[in-house]
Structure formats: structure tokens, C-alpha cells
Design a protein around this ligand. Sequence first.
Ligand SMILES: NC(=O)c1ccc[n+]([C@@H]2O[C@H](COP(=O)([O-])OP(=O)(O)OC[C@H]3O[C@@H](n4cnc5c(N)ncnc54)[C@H](O)[C@@H]3O)[C@@H](O)[C@H]2O)c1
Length: 331
Amino acid sequence: MQNPVEYFRNKNVLITGGLGFIGSNLAHWLVRAGAKVLLVDSLIPEYGGNLFNVNDIKDKVTINIADVRDVHSMRYLVQGMDYLFNLAGQTSHLDSMRDPYTDLDINCRAQLSILETCRKYNPEIKIIFASTRQIYGIPDYLPVDEKHLLHPTDVNGINKMAGEWYHVLYNNVYGIRACALRLTNTYGPRMRVKDARQTFLGLWIKQLIKGEEIKVFGDGKQLRDFNYVDDVIEALVCAVTNEKAYGEIFNLGDSSPISLKDLAELLIEINGKGSYSIVPFPPDRKKIDIGDYYADYTKIKKTLGWEPKVSLREGLTKTLEYYRKFGHHYW
Ligand SMILES: NC(=O)c1ccc[n+]([C@@H]2O[C@H](COP(=O)([O-])OP(=O)(O)OC[C@H]3O[C@@H](n4cnc5c(N)ncnc54)[C@H](O)[C@@H]3O)[C@@H](O)[C@H]2O)c1
């Protein structure tokens, strides 16, 4: 794998969703790489944005509290940028069912308008879009590769699918260099742990640290794969700087899927204490659950040389340490 650090020194880099979980971890990486970083985030309270996420780099980045749905702001903000990490999104699957139009506006319509703005005002920009494994829906086979049919089980999945394909389309038709990564469950410091809007794992971590019981839905046997955030950042910076990635879509994933029950037990073991119970799925969650999922990430491994490096045990240990120390900024 090439060393992506050299691509970013003194480069202008825009991160939409830059105060969120993945965006803020990426901002730390880019600051270390010597980039000039602009973070755009709406800080809508139900989403993952948190100013504390950039507390230690706040003097080294520019922060603009703006909404990606605002075409006038975005027109101004994309100009002069070398790279765009397009991470702003409504991430809650349940919220997308309760309020489908907001999800449509952010995850679909705003994506098209960001691309239109780039086409008109900065066609040289290189873009990467954070897509999601959710767009596969209930897997027809495992592990899921990129050829798997897309049949999302919720509104969020449909809108993210459209957002993803607009990026590929603008690459293919207009020559704007863009690619997408289909992220699986990502975890690590700076994730939203207040509730399960971003991921159930965040809520579990909060519950564990607060001495509350973890609730595992269903029978606990559902298999999932997890990526530590540092591995995801490596994939993002590697893809956006590689000619071979433009116009492509890649799965991220991990080759050691784990059942949710085993995950709860591992967390409790690492924490040294805690408890969990297996409870029936709330009906609204059951209707959109995808069951077992883990990805085949051979394509990105072969094309870009990416593979996850951080084991689940190591990543969870670091994550728990972070929230023991800084949890009060996130509860
Ligand atoms: N974390 C995961 O497991 C995961 C999995 C698959 C895909 N993704 C995708 O990765 C991206 C980043 O996710 P994350 O986990 O960091 O979530 P996050 O909620 O922490 O980050 C998203 C950020 O986008 C911001 N945002 C939302 N709507 C906005 C708008 N209209 N204008 C400006 N900013 C807005 C939020 O305030 C938040 O800070 C999202 O697009 C998400 O769909 C994440």
C-alpha cells in the first residue's frame, strides 16, 4: 500500500460531517499529515457531531457550522479544495423510517447537490463518499461481496445507495474523481454513545461504563464484523489518493465476524465487570434488521492493499479507555 501521508501536506481538505465520529478522527490524522483542514458540520443534536471530538486540534483546523443541504454555503466551501471526504449523513435507520424526508434530503438530495456544486465550481476535486453495508439488506449469501444484489431494508439504505451511485455517476459522466467505501460497523473513540442512533455498540459501551445491563436483541447469535476507526481512516485516505479507486466501490470489513452475544461477553471481560441479558427485538427494529452480515473485502485488499490491522479486543480496549476518561463529554 502506498504511503498516503505525502499526498496531504499543505493540501486543502474538506470533511463534511467533520465533527462526527469518523470525520473527527480523520481530521486528527490529516492535521498530523500537514493538511489544511476545513470541517463542515451542522451539529444537529440527534446526530454524532460533538465539538469535544476536535478539542485537541481546534486551533489547527477551520470549523464551519453549516448544513450540507444549504447549496449556497456548499458552493462557497468546496472552492479551492483538493480533497473532499464526504461523511455528513443521517445515520439512524430507525429515524429514517420515522422521518423519511429528512433522511432523503441529507443522504440523497444533498449528495447530488454537493456533486453538482463540485462539477460547476471545482471539477478538479477528488471525493470519497462514506457508504454503508446497510444497502445490501438481508444478505443472500455470506460473506457479502460488492457483486451482491442491493435490496435495502430501510429508507436510510435506499438513500445512501442513491448517494453512493451519484458519486460513481459523476465520476463516470463528468470525470469528477470520486469513489465510495461501504463501511461496516465502525467503532472507536469519539463515536456517539448517548443512544443507539449511530450503533448499538456505542450504547453498550455507555451502559457498561455506567454499570447498567447491556440488552442484546433477538437470540444474540447474529454475526457482525467490526472495523476500528483507525483502519477505516487508513482506507479512506488510501482510496481518495489512488487513481485505481476512482469510479469504484469497495467493501470494508473484517475476517473475524462475531456474534452479538460473544461481543457482549468480550466487552464485559475487557471491562472487568458488567452484565447483559438477551431480550426480544423491539418490533420496529426487527422489521429492518439485516440478520447475519459480514463482508468480503477482497476487492480493496487486491486493488489498494488495504486490510484491517486492529483486532477487536485491542480496539475495544482503547475505546473503553477513552470513554472511561472522557465519557462525560458524550453521555
Ligand atoms: N459509523 C459507522 O458504523 C458507519 C457505518 C456505515 C456508514 N457510515 C457512514 O459514515 C459517515 C460518517 O458516520 P459517523 O459514524 O462518523 O457518524 P456521525 O453521526 O458521527 O457523523 C456524521 C456527521 O454528519 C453531520 N451531519 C449530519 N447531517 C448533516 C448536514 N445536513 N449537514 C452537515 N453536517 C451533517 C453530523 O452532525 C455528524 O457530525 C456517515 O455518512 C455514515 O452513514 C458509518
